[in-house]
Design a protein around this ligand. Structure first.
Ligand code: F6P
Length: 319
């Protein structure tokens, strides 16, 4: 293999830059040329390519976002779009692609591979909702950002003796809500994987009040319901002073944690190794602190469930 390409696609995640750096430097170490594709699959269609050298990825390991930019691209998901994307890569002499992103990115990767260009996927999304990997790049940073916000909100919640409903990201998955809720000591956590019961949430708040608790923190994943709606219900049932904070895209930015940088470095390097070994439509994942790889199509059909024991634990600890 003489030349490969790398792209980031879908929602950005802190640590994507560290992954790009690892891909570029591992490729160059092995004497392989490397091309960066701008704006994900949209850049493949426009042939928006840039040569990447050792210096191109200097001073980015600590930066959030992605130097390659990212986009969501509908045109790519037409047969003509996919064909032209692959032709653009092949005509540039590219023999393999590393695609960094979430499940949409992985689905695109499978389509490219089907058209004869080997692809390896790296899971990069704050949602942690990719099967076959315990961690996705960006999840740890997003959780730490959310926990930092909870700590600050707790201060003002205590001073004013208020109930705060905090909404975190995760349309279809409650990984961020559960991890941030457990680490942030939330009274209740509402996740898409489980129906929430407003009476249970209220009962917990009132129980806390009875034993002198000054505040309550309720964590809601965006896919469950709007935080505003939940806070209005709580207010109606308890008459307590209630406020809402939506963390939103704040969770997608910021300097990646050490763990996200290490994960990204290992996964980026392994993706290049796999391409060199002739891998086709594989994804890199981490299981039990070991970097593994799986067929992407197979992986996307595997269950990736939230740890219900952690959910139960959060309830026990917030009694
Ligand atoms: O998939 C990552 C994610 O941040 C989700 O948690 C969130 O629902 C979505 O992206 C937001 O997407 P956008 O950046 O298009 O608003």
């Amino acid at each position: 293999m003489k030349k490969i390409a790398v792209l980031t696609s879908g929602g950005d995640a802190p640590g994507m830059n560290a992954a790009i750096r690892a891909v570029v430097r591992t490729a160059i170490y092995h004497g392989i040329e490397i091309v960066g594709v701008k704006r994900g699959y949209a850049g493949l269609l426009k042939k928006d390519f840039t040569d990447l050298k050792i210096g191109s990825v200097a001073d980015i390991i600590q930066r959030g976002g992605t130097i390659l930019r990212t986009a969501r691209c509908d045109e790519f998901f037409t047969p003509e779009g996919r064909e032209s994307a692959v032709n653009n890569l092949k005509s540039t002499g590219v023999e393999g692609l590393v695609a960094i992103g979430g499940d949409g990115t992985f689905r695109g990767a499978v389509e490219i591979d089907k058209l004869g260009l080997p692809v390896v996927g790296i899971p990069g999304t704050i949602d942690n909702d990719i099967p076959c990997t315990q961690w996705t790049i960006g999840f740890d940073t997003a959780v730490n950002t959310a926990v930092d916000a909870i700590n600050k909100i707790r201060d003002t919640a205590t001073s004013h003796e208020r109930v705060f409903v905090i909404e975190v990201m995760g349309r279809h998955a409650g990984f961020i809500a559960l991890a941030a809720g457990l680490a942030g000591g939330a009274e209740s956590i509402a996740i898409p994987e489980r129906d929430y019961d407003i009476n249970e949430i209220v009962a917990r708040i009132l129980r806390g009040q009875k034993r002198g608790k000054l505040h309550s923190i309720i964590l809601v994943a965006e896919g469950v319901a709007s935080a505003l709606e939940i806070s209005q219900k709580i207010h109606k049932l308890t008459r307590l002073d209630t406020r809402v904070t939506i963390l939103g895209h704040l969770q997608r930015g910021g300097t990646p944690t050490a763990w996200d940088r290490i994960l990204a470095s290992k996964m980026g390097s392994e993706a290049v190794n796999l391409l060199m070994q002739g891998a086709r439509k594989r994804m890199v994942g981490i299981q039990g602190n070991k970097i593994e790889n799986f067929d992407i199509q197979w992986a996307l059909n595997q269950p990736h469930e939230i740890n219900m024991d952690d959910y139960i634990l959060s309830g026990i600890l917030a009694i």
